[in-house]
Design a protein around this ligand. Sequence first.
Ligand code: NAP
Ligand code: ZN
Ligand code: ZN
Length: 347
Amino acid sequence: MLTVKAYAAPSATEPLVPTTIERRDVGADDVLIAIRYAGICHSDIHTVRGEWGDIAYPQVVGHEIVGVVTEVGTDVAKFAIGDRVGVGCMVNSCRECVNCLAGQENYCLNGNTGTYTAVDRDGTITQGGYSTHIVVTQDFVLRVPESIPYEAAAPLLCAGITTYSPLAHWNAGPGKRVAVVGMGGLGHMAVKIAHAMGAEVTVLSQSLAKQEDGLRLGADHYYATSDPETLKKLRNSFDLVINTVSAPLDLNRYLRILALDGVWVSVGAPPEPLPVQVFTLFNNRRSFAGSSIGGIRETQEMLDFCAEHGIASEVELIAASEINDAYERVLASDVRYRFVIDIETLA
Ligand code: NAP
Ligand code: ZN
Ligand code: ZN
């Protein structure tokens, strides 16, 4: 066992605090990673605050992890000491079900092993990336291309793949009108990726405060949903909508922005159910869908796509001691556009 420094939530209502946790010994297929940067995803906040259900405490979260390989198990062929690597939202899956065999471990029928709050194969609860080291089986470790700055690569491991996967699946590209609702961590990556894929990109944000950034990141149009005319004006306008909003929306107002055969994809994950009036779907033969991160193969494809197109996350680098303040700023939609923890400040 390796005792490592970490930042953990002691309960659903208390601030995160410095602590130590145990990482398992490096097994034959395992890679030991010295974590350099860890992104703060809104899912970390939903999780530690118990919004998605009860969890065991103390809990370390963080599933946007980049670092350097410092030790490899005897059967590890994919990675060597010194490699630049990443870990996202999963650290294992059953590897046998039809979805795993199709490379969609994110949809493992037996439940993939999440990077945090999941029961690991050894019965322990997985602990995430707000820590100095992590041990992960080689098949769930990604290669981070050299050309992507390290800290800007971390958010790709969740925000990047969560937006890339539906954009790729629903064929965002030339001639497609894509709307991104909410320009936070996921939203700003959706803008960059959809633009790089060649789509016409529109941002729907609560206000125009981030308009200049949105246009700089690749949006062609930018609207404030606080303006009651916006959704009316945009009726029947989009082939694909990626909804990244972390809070409930009145979908019956929003779904009308879909054009004929348009698809609404919710990736934002408020805990509340969202009532949908089916007549809104009848018009224009609209579809309402969801999407969860992406498989390992697709995550590597996304990292390589970002390297090829020179894109990565816009980050605000923080010390570990600033995590709790960063959470409050995320909750206030005041993040430009992903907080990333410099893990050296934990060591
Ligand atoms: P984030 O940085 O907080 O971004 C969410 C954005 O939603 C905000 O920046 C804001 O954008 C908008 N927003 C927030 N509250 C709103 C409200 N009450 N009404 C309208 N718009 C609001 O969060 P994130 O890290 O991108 O994550 C977004 C959501 O995706 C979270 O629920 C997270 O758990 C979920 N998620 C899902 C997956 C998946 O696999 N499906 C993966 C990762 C995260 P504007 O300021 O532009 O309005
Ligand atoms: Zn996430
Ligand atoms: Zn499986």
